[in-house]
Write a protein that binds this ligand. Structure first.
Ligand code: N01
Length: 537
């Protein structure tokens, strides 16, 4: 670990990056390559961000490993070989450590340093950043790469602190071995994390009780090993694969079909769905007809198809019905990928509790009480998700012009210009913040990190010391962001994309549904037009 980055009283840094996830690491690399004096602070004891914290059994990519990974610099592509199409967490964490070493990033990273505050000085045109240990560091530019799913959320029921057994959150999984063998375990939550961990717990636990608030439309991940020949082919095709990701709406190698699924006969449609059900990863969501996301009839056809699959895989018809969503269609929420999830419910020691039938009342010393009874437990696993996107900003007291808190600015939902800056917070850039991503996150955030790097280089070259944006620019961007989600079936879903998974949170769209090519065009157009919407001085 480098010495005293956070207590430095030296000249201010050119830039400080917060967060050593896949986006922050790339931002550090890009700024350093541009010749800037830059450092990175990270709360965890290792690099990796999401892939450092979410180390629960079964955690795995749902984007193809090589499309989520870095494409630049090319030695990273040439010197790393993925073992599976969808790599598990341990391999991804190893990969990000390999990147940190290979690009010699560690000398500018300080771990175990949680940033708790940042205050802008208009007079000095500097940010002063404070850490939980009371150290401060001054920087010309501050870049937050906090991740969109990094602040764990817990059920709002009393008694969590009373529970005498073990408890874990999937997003804060310990580094020590967690033993399920012979234990009565509960998993609360059936989103992507819950769906991934459940088969692993079921293998060893003496009993497994799954508390489901809302079922999801899960489809098989259909993962497979990467052979040496396939690995070589991926390297040979790297430009082609990158171009596919770069030009697809979700930043993935998949793209939607723009013809209508309603033009097919029932038989053709079934064949098409069968093909996608057996295809790897998010094919069902991303390589399907576009009208699935827009047209209720098209969506209902697919929904009926997957419901049938669930009924075929779950022995008890009553349990199968509980596992079939009725509040949303496929794709209205991000669909989890599964590997043997539905078959878990056929095992005698596994029980599904629908919280719609018996709401949770409290957590007790020995288990979970619902309106219908008490479940005795040795362990509770919270797969209850995250206070998405802006949640991680709640842990940092960011103050802009006139000491105004960023959270006040975002009180009615996030407001940004291009997802890059907020009005009243000069020289602060968000990478992977609100109103700027959706889909395969690294492909969105690399575009932002490159933009921020060019912007700071431009300001420096022009002798400028400040960049800010305006309320009018934010308004324009807000309207553009909302226009991307308006009229889609996602618009009406209760999901973390709107913050509605957390009780009491104001509903606001947190992501960017306009697609990667449009996003890139928008931010580069603003840059080419003399930083339209920004004020440089
Ligand atoms: O979180 P979630 P997640 N009482 O919010 C339930 C990515 N990801 O960690 O649906 C009881 O999706 C909640 O119920 P409901 C991926 O983008 C990717 O699983 O809100 N239950 C839901 O069932 C994903 O979308 C991978 O009604 C409560 C669950 O907890 C995102 O992260 C793997 C509750 C939370 O689901 C988030 O996934 C994992 C309460 N009070 C995650 N509060 C990959 O495969 C919430 N729930 C790469």
């Amino acid at each position: 670990m480098p010495d005293n980055i956070a207590t430095s009283t030296d000249e201010p840094l050119d830039a400080l990056v917060v967060g050593a996830g896949i986006s922050g690491l790339y931002q550090l690399y890009a700024l350093r390559t541009a010749g800037l004096k830059v450092r990175l602070l990270e709360a965890g004891s290792g690099v990796g961000g999401t892939w450092f914290w979410n180390r629960y059994p079964g955690a795995r990519f749902d984007s193809e490993s090589y499309t989520y990974a870095y494409f630049f610099p090319r030695e990273l592509v040439n010197e790393w070989t993925w073992s599976e199409e969808f790599a598990g967490q341990p391999e991804t964490e190893r990969y990000l450590n390999f990147v940190a070493d290979r690009l010699d990033l560690r000398r500018d990273i300080q771990l175990e340093t949680r940033v708790t505050g940042a205050r802008w000085s208009e007079a000095e045109r500097l940010w002063t950043v404070t850490t939980e240990h009371g150290a401060t560091v001054r920087t010309r530019f501050l870049i937050t790469a906090l991740g969109i799913l990094s602040k764990p959320a817990f059920p709002n029921v009393p008694g969590r602190e009373d529970f005498k057994g073990e408890w874990y959150h999937t997003g804060l999984w310990p580094h020590t071995n967690v033993e399920f063998t012979g234990k009565r375990v509960a998993v609360i939550g059936t989103g992507s994390s819950g769906v991934q961990i459940v088969p692993f717990v079921a293998k060893d636990a003496s009993s497994l009780t799954i508390f489901q608030r809302t079922p999801n439309w899960c489809t098989p991940i259909n993962n497979f090993a990467i052979t040496p020949e396939y690995a070589q082919q991926l390297r040979d095709d790297v430009d082609k694969i990158y171009e596919l990701c770069r030009t697809s709406p979700g930043g993935s190698k998949h793209r939607p079909m723009m013809t209508s699924s309603l033009d097919l006969t029932d038989e053709q449609r079934r064949e098409h769905f069968d093909r996608l059900y057996q295809a790897p990863g998010l094919s069902m969501a991303l390589a399907n007809f576009r009208d699935i996301a827009l047209d209720r009839t098209a969506n209902a056809n697919l929904t009926a198809y997957i419901a049938e699959k669930i009924r075929a895989r779950v022995d008890d018809p009553a349990v199968a019905e509980k596992l079939i969503p009725t509040d949303h269609g496929f794709g209205q929420k991000r669909p989890p990928l599964e590997n043997g999830y539905y078959e878990v419910f056929n095992q005698p020691h596994v029980e599904l509790i629908s919280l719609a039938d018996e709401p949770m009342v409290r957590i007790t010393e020995t288990g979970i009480e619902t309106t219908k009874g008490h479940y005795e437990l040795d362990m509770i696993i919270f797969g209850t998700g995250f206070e998405a996107v802006t949640g991680s900003y709640r842990a940092i007291d960011i103050r802009g012009i006139d000491d105004r808190p960023l959270l006040d600015h975002w009180d009615n939902g996030p407001r940004t210009y291009l997802g890059l800056q907020a009005e009243g917070f000069p020289n602060l850039f968000f990478v992977g913040g609100p109103q700027s991503t959706a889909g395969n996150i690294p492909r969105f955030t690399e575009v932002q990190a490159d933009w921020v790097t060019r912007c700071i280089a431009h300001l420096t070259a022009q002798g400028h010391t400040r960049i800010g944006t305006s309320a009018a620019a934010e308004e324009e961007w807000n309207e553009h962001v909302l226009s991307g989600i308006r009229g889609t079936l996602q618009e009406t879903a209760e999901s973390w994309s709107f913050g509605s998974n957390v009780e009491g949170r104001k509903r606001a769209y947190l992501l960017y549904a306009g697609g990667l090519p449009t996003y890139r065009d928008k931010i580069t157009e603003a840059e080419s037009a003399d930083y339209k919407g920004f004020e440089l001085s």
